[in-house]
Design a protein around this ligand. Structure first.
Ligand SMILES: Nc1nc2c(ncn2[C@@H]2O[C@H](COP(=O)(O)OP(=O)(O)O)[C@@H](O)[C@H]2O)c(=O)[nH]1
Ligand SMILES: [Mg+2]
Length: 478
């Protein structure tokens, strides 16, 4: 009997179905997430990336340490490996882990150049595609970079004139007294408008000013251009794009204005744009780490500066999840977590206040943006806000003061020889206006890493790293 048309159709349909299941199966076998670890300098990106890679590498052996990461907790992780990312120096996971788990544990050094890693996580899929592939793989790509470079993103939509005017105004009106003294002296210098021969000398002085303003001393989140802080003076001058702001009255036609405009343009075209295009524009998922406690401890200028900087930076990320024309339109971030980092610097009783402060601090910018996109893109970006300690460096204890028991932290402050019991400030649950800032400020202690020698082959003690991972990649490893 010859095959009827109906039978031929059925066979063809079956073949097509089987092929598409196989295709989906293959896709499920190997998926890929570009995870953006975003944060200003010192927010905790390098420590987070190290802790994440280390936890996933050892997830198979100690599943209970990642209790909220379903794939690990249920014992479905088959294995994990670290690979380099094409075109970038490898992120030094092993070196950082060795340093942390050594007899003299120390935090990894500040990041001065970008590096990349790919965590290849092999797991047993449990979803409807299990039969299509007994083992699947998720590749998680992370690029680590100096946070200082992020503050350059607003340069993308400014020209030299606009940048110069805004930067000059900020320098003339710097927040704290110490910063003001330095920046006003720089603005008042006789060479504020140099002759063509004096441009490099003035650029050197600007680089020095930026480095002086940086860091814990004044806590400026706004130091542009970012390379002034991560490059040496010679690299800065040798780059051919060393520019600086001119006083507003000098922003007119003239050889120095023209030369600085050209240098600015070169800086944006050859450094800021490629960094943005290659490492920030095509993310699938994102965690924004915010060092709220550090900013509180540094004072109101630092806190509000950080808030403003974050808002301006986050405008440059593209939210909106997966879309049909993705190959044409480019990727968009489908899940974003905003996390208060270093949550181990306060006692557990303070975590609700920390979360609430985080919501007030960054929500207005991030949420607004995500919400705008969410409405425009039919709720394609999921959003989560929480507290994370990539590595818990303290132990919580109860101490009795005047007959009252209070939670305190035990740990070794960086630079100290011995452990101490310390009481950090209560976290304000709402944004304190500068005028109502407590007179003595907020006190949080920079703890050194604890003895991690027992954790060389298991996840470091953490707070919420597994929850963050479940939110960021949980659906990809189900
Ligand atoms: N206690 C504690 N300190 C942290 C943690 N993560 C980062 N730090 C501190 O913050 C500093 C900056 O972290 P790092 O990851 O280098 O920040 P990055 O500039 O964003 O890469 C470290 O040197 C530590 O002092 C954490 O989870 N707990
Ligand atoms: Mg870093």
């Amino acid at each position: 009997m010859t095959e009827s048309t109906a039978q031929r159709w059925m066979r063809a349909t079956f073949r097509a179905l089987r092929d598409s299941v196989r295709f989906v199966g293959e896709k499920a076998q190997s998926s890929h997430v570009r995870l953006g670890v975003t944060g200003l300098s010192g927010a905790g990106k390098t420590v987070f990336t190290t802790a994440l890679a280390h936890a996933l590498l050892h997830a198979r052996h100690a599943p209970h340490e990642l209790a909220f990461l379903d794939v690990a907790h249920r014992g479905h992780v088959v294995g994990a490996a670290i690979e380099p990312l094409p075109g970038l120096p490898p992120f030094p996971v092993a070196r950082n882990v060795d340093l942390l788990a050594s007899a003299a544990p120390a935090w990894p050094a500040a990041t001065t150049a970008p590096s990349g890693l790919r965590v290849v996580l092999r797991f047993a899929p449990q979803g409807p595609l299990r039969r299509a592939s007994p083992e699947a793989e998720l590749r998680i790509d992370i690029v680590d970079y100096p946070g200082e470079w992020l503050v350059d993103l607003p340069l993308l939509d400014q020209d030299y004139r606009a940048w110069s005017a805004a930067t000059w105004a900020r320098l003339a009106d710097a927040g704290s007294e110490g910063a003001r003294a330095l920046s006003r002296a720089w603005c008042a210098d006789a060479n504020a408008v140099p002759g063509p021969d004096g441009v490099d000398a003035r650029a050197r002085a600007y680089g020095r000013l930026m480095r002086e303003l940086k860091g814990d001393r004044f806590g400026w989140a706004w130091l542009t251009p970012g390379r002034t802080v991560t490059w040496s003076e010679e690299e800065w001058i040798g780059s051919g794009c060393a520019f600086f702001p001119l006083p507003p009255e000098a922003l007119g036609p003239g050889p120095v204005f023209a030369a600085l405009g050209q240098r600015y343009q070169r800086y944006v075209e050859t450094l800021v744009k490629p960094f943005y295009r290659d490492h920030l524009r095509n993310l699938d998922r994102q965690i924004v780490l915010v060092d709220l406690l550090g900013a509180l401890a540094r004072g109101p200028e630092s806190f509000h500066g950080m808030r403003e900087a974050l808002g301006r930076i986050l405008e440059h990320f593209r939210y909106g999840g997966w879309r049909l024309l993705q190959p044409l339109l480019g990727r968009r971030i489908g899940r974003a977590m905003v996390a208060a980092a270093k949550a181990d610097l306060v006692t557990a009783s303070q975590l609700p206040a920390l979360r609430s402060l985080l919501r007030e601090t960054v929500d207005w910018s991030v949420m607004k943006k995500l919400k705008d996109y969410q409405h425009a893109t039919e709720d394609r970006t999921d959003y989560f806000i929480g507290c994370v300690a990539s590595i818990v460096s303290t132990e919580e204890r109860l101490a009795t003061f005047g007959g009252v028991q209070v939670p305190v932290l035990r740990g070794r402050v960086q630079g100290a020889a011995l452990e101490q019991l310390l009481v950090p400030s209560d976290v304000p649950p709402a944004l304190p206006p500068p005028a109502r800032w407590p007179e003595r400020g907020y006190q949080y202690y920079p703890f050194a890493p604890p003895d991690l020698s027992a954790f060389a082959d298991r996840a470091f003690p953490h707070l919420g790293l597994d929850k963050a991972l479940q939110f960021l990649i949980g659906d990809k490893v189900a």
